[in-house]
Design a protein around this ligand. Structure first.
Ligand SMILES: Cc1cc2nc3c(=O)[nH]c(=O)nc-3n(C[C@H](O)[C@H](O)[C@H](O)COP(=O)(O)O)c2cc1C
Ligand code: SF4
Length: 813
């Protein structure tokens, strides 16, 4: 994924040129721009430190520095106020934040061709014409075509600010779908075009957060927002913990200069850009100096445009001394109460215009109470005393609440950071754990047991039904698995997709490569079994649990590696499967077809599944929302890899109405490509998706619709595949290769003992070596519809039925 992004980013033809890039590149290519000597730029020499070349001092590349236009060289010495006003106007026009008028600089005497108003527009205060009317529509300088004329602004370097740029800027980004990285790259490009040393582009997850404590370069953060486990989490947690850790000094980041841009989606309401906003706030509160205000881009609006404007404004301000008023406002750190510069609106200014910080009492309109030495003007009228007393009580309560909140934060930080016995802080882990405390809470609430740091186990509803003799899942009809003997687990809760129908509602972590701590396979299996048995034990007292089933269930015979996430992602998946087989536990492994190499390297499993959630690139992108850019190639390669496996292979198709139910011919092509032994087709199950998926009950197909889809697939596939079995109860249908049919009998079931023998033998074997006969009740179209007649069919009663039953009982009594 990273490589493909690199390719994209280095392809010049694809890259749009930013405005600042255009300016500098045009300047470089313009033969009319004379070569100049660095010494001619005002301030450059006087402010250079000994041994530094002027262009180094200014943080510029030599060759660009030498091409600075004449206008800068010959700048007449003006009063600072005049210079500020002219450059502020020009600079603003370069970033498109003001009226865009150059103040007349673009209109050489007698030349009407430039479209420049000659400075009238500027004078007319942005909107009204020079005659005072509103008919004036502005100066043509504000059009992008003439922006080049404002290039000189970018060279107005303030030596007092240049130390910020004397070392490369660091551009940190956090992204899942790549936009933040793209924006970060734009910043790098713009800075390079301006002749600055090439900024360092850094993925926030690759940076040791502790290093921010000693970081002295200018750090720009371009952060996307995720309400699920995301690349920002570690950084945000570190910021929050450090901010509220009483052992860490309040001004711990005062070497750091920064600015933050957040990417988000306003559809998330109050959570819009909340992570980046917090980062901006906490950085400021810890003494870091904000060089440019927080910016944000809404996915729901013109995110790219907003970013570009922020990017250009930031760079222009860095390069422009006349923006020092901005720097003064934002260059200072946030105050000790944690309020940022923008939160001081209600502070007064003294006679010199300097802000005067009000005390809490003053903000509440209370008189100054400082030991009774009140001046006349501060005397309190007796009649006001009641009012004052109330306000004092209120202020005290506020303070108590603030202190309590802070104390709580401290306790939280202590727990999160941890201490050694002698009170020293434990350094945060080098490699983070996949399951964050928040995710842990969410998963355990949903009934998962978490093993170690990245694995989970859960009892499925069919296991509970089987214990009560109320039937088994579709795997019983298709392959002979009894649900109470089956354990559902995953060694990786993370995966590389964000499928719309993901039943975890996107609480599971995502990633394209393993970047977490890795647990030992033996530890995971032992932990999974222990937790599975523990959960079973709790079912002992449930009414209807059959003793024989309960005893049988104490020996797991099957393992479904399909719970959530991507099991093949786990680096030791082969060892894990080997351990299962050693315990004579069969392995059904489901992968989402994004890791073809892992599929190729996979040792034999009892049955290997690939989820085929869509049949075209577009619909796969829409449904699986993969993280990999080359997801489609990965998907096809995975199908090819599957086709080369010797053991039983399965395509799993989940039908989502209006998403993936129309593309029959494409599915047929994919089936021909991977030649799976079986194709399981089922309708999506509705589990209250909401949120990001946008799925509703209307996307759940009826059983008849699933049957129709399967019939069409089978028709187009022609010879070689037939509809073999069904489990009407869960709306699942099995299409099987006719290799598994002898005469009119199907052999879709599995001889598990034979499978273990084959594995132990170490010899090569195929799916045909361990097949077993399918019972007739499982056949497609059988009266039982795939429900084992030995079991008791239990129909869930509707609310009305339950009420009617209750009423009847009451009447009987
Ligand atoms: C699963 C998911 C969760 C998201 N959560 C939030 C959120 O809580 N707040 C927000 O403002 N945006 C949220 N977004 C929107 C992203 O932040 C936005 O699309 C952003 O542009 C993605 O940037 P990236 O491409 O760099 O990853 C979410 C997006 C997804 C897919
Ligand atoms: S592959 Fe599975 S776990 Fe991953 S997002 Fe899709 S449904 Fe969820």
């Amino acid at each position: 994924n990273d490589d493909s992004q690199k390719d994209d980013n280095t392809s010049d033809s694809k890259k749009p040129r930013s405005k600042v890039q255009e300016i500098t590149q045009d300047m470089e290519q313009d033969p009319t721009v004379p070569e100049i000597s660095p010494e001619t730029v005002p301030g450059a020499v006087e402010n250079a430190t000994p041994g530094q070349k002027p262009y180094q001092h200014q943080g510029l590349k030599k060759e660009v520095y030498r091409k600075l236009p004449k206008v800068i060289r010959k700048k007449p010495k003006k009063k600072q106020a005049e210079l500020n006003a002219a450059a502020a106007s020009a600079s603003a026009s370069a970033v498109g934040v003001s009226n865009g008028c150059c103040g007349g600089k673009n209109k050489p005497e007698g030349d009407e061709s430039t479209g420049c108003c000659g400075g009238k527009y500027k004078e007319s205060n942005n909107n009204s014409g020079d005659d005072g009317s509103s008919a004036h529509h502005g100066c043509a300088c504000s059009s992008s075509a003439s922006v080049g004329a404002h290039a000189p602004t970018l060279a107005k370097l303030d030596p007092s600010l240049l130390p910020i740029l004397s070392e490369p800027i660091k551009v940190f980004y956090s992204t899942i779908t790549g936009t933040a990285k793209l924006f970060a790259q734009q910043l790098v490009d713009s800075a390079v075009a301006l002749g600055l040393q090439e900024p360092k582009l850094i993925d926030i997850v690759d940076y040791d957060t502790e290093d921010f404590l000693t970081e002295s370069s200018l750090c720009i953060f371009i952060l996307s927002t995720y309400n699920v486990e995301g690349p920002n989490d570690w950084f945000l947690k570190w910021l929050e913990d450090t901010r509220f850790d009483w052992r860490v000094q309040k001004e711990s980041l005062n070497n750091l200069k920064f600015s933050v841009f957040g990417l988000g989606d306003s559809a998330y309401g109050d959570d819009f850009c909340n992570g980046p906003r917090s980062a901006d706030k906490w950085l400021g509160q810890m003494g870091a100096q904000r060089v440019w205000p927080f910016g944000e881009g809404d996915k729901n609006g013109d995110q790219g445009g907003a970013y570009k404007q922020w990017n250009d404004a930031l760079l222009s301000s860095l390069m422009d001394p006349t923006q020092s008023h901005v720097h003064e406002a934002y260059f200072s750190s946030d105050d000790e109460d944690g309020a940022s510069a923008s939160e001081h609106d209600d502070d007064d200014v003294d006679e010199d215009g300097e802000p005067v910080r009000k005390t809490k009492e003053e903000k509440l309109g209370l008189p100054k109470i400082d030991g009774g030495d009140a001046s006349e003007g501060e005397m309190v009228d007796l009649e006001d005393m009641g009012n004052v007393a109330r306000k004092i009580t209120q202020a005290k309560e506020d303070k108590a609440l603030d202190e309590e909140a802070f104390a709580n934060q401290k306790v939280r930080a202590k727990r999160a950071i941890g201490e050694t016995k002698d009170g020293k802080a434990i350094k945060p882990r080098e490699v983070r754990e996949m399951v964050s405390p928040l995710l842990y809470k969410s998963l355990t609430k949903q009934g998962y047991k978490i093993i170690g740091s990245h694995s989970g186990v859960k009892i499925c509803r069919w296991t509970k039904a089987a214990l009560r003799g109320r039937g088994f899942c579709y795997k019983h009809s298709f392959y002979g698995i009894q649900s109470h003997l089956c354990m559902e687990t995953t060694p990786s809760l993370a995966c590389a997709n964000k499928c719309v129908f993901c039943w975890r509602h996107h609480t599971n972590p995502v990633g394209t490569e393993w970047r977490w701590k890795v647990d030992d396979p033996e530890f995971i299996l032992e932990g999974a079994l222990e937790n599975h048995y523990g959960m079973l034990k709790q079912l002992k007292g449930v009414p209807g649990v059959r003793a024989d089933r309960f005893v049988e269930a104490t020996q797991v015979k099957h393992c479904a590696l399909s719970l959530v996430g991507e099991p093949i992602f786990y680096p030791h998946i082969n060892e894990f499967v080997k351990l299962l087989h050693k315990k004579r536990i069969s392995s059904f492994l489901v992968t989402n077809a994004q890791f073809p190499e892992a599929i190729a390297n996979m040792d034999p499993v009892t049955q290997l599944y690939v989820s085929v959630d869509a049949s075209t690139k577009e619909s796969l992108k829409k449904i699986d929302r993969p993280l990999f850019r080359d997801f489609w190639e990965r998907f096809l390669d995975s199908l090819d890899a599957l086709g080369k496996k010797g053991q039983r292979t399965v395509y799993r198709l989940t039908l989502v109405k209006d998403f993936n139910t129309d593309e029959i011919a494409n599915y047929v092509e994919l089936i021909r490509r991977g030649q799976p032994d079986f194709i399981e087709i089922k309708g999506v199950t509705y589990c209250g998706y909401g949120g990001a998926s946008g799925l509703t009950m209307a996307n759940v197909p009826y059983h008849a619709e699933v049957v129709r889809f399967v019939e069409l697939i089978q028709e187009q596939l022609g010879a070689g595949y037939e509809i073999a079995a069904e489990h009407a109860h869960s709306c699942s249908i099995l299409v099987a290769s006719t290799k598994f049919k002898k005469g009119d009998k199907w052999y879709t079931h599995i001889d598990y003992d034979k499978f273990f023998e084959l594995v132990e033998s170490g010899e090569k074997f195929t799916s045909l070596d361990y097949m077993a006969e399918t019972p007739s009740w499982a056949y497609f179209g059988s009266p039982e519809g795939g429900f084992d007649p030995e079991e008791t069919r239990y129909f869930r009663k509707s609310k009305e039925q339950r009420k009617a039953e209750r009423d009847r009982r009451e009447e009987d009594e």
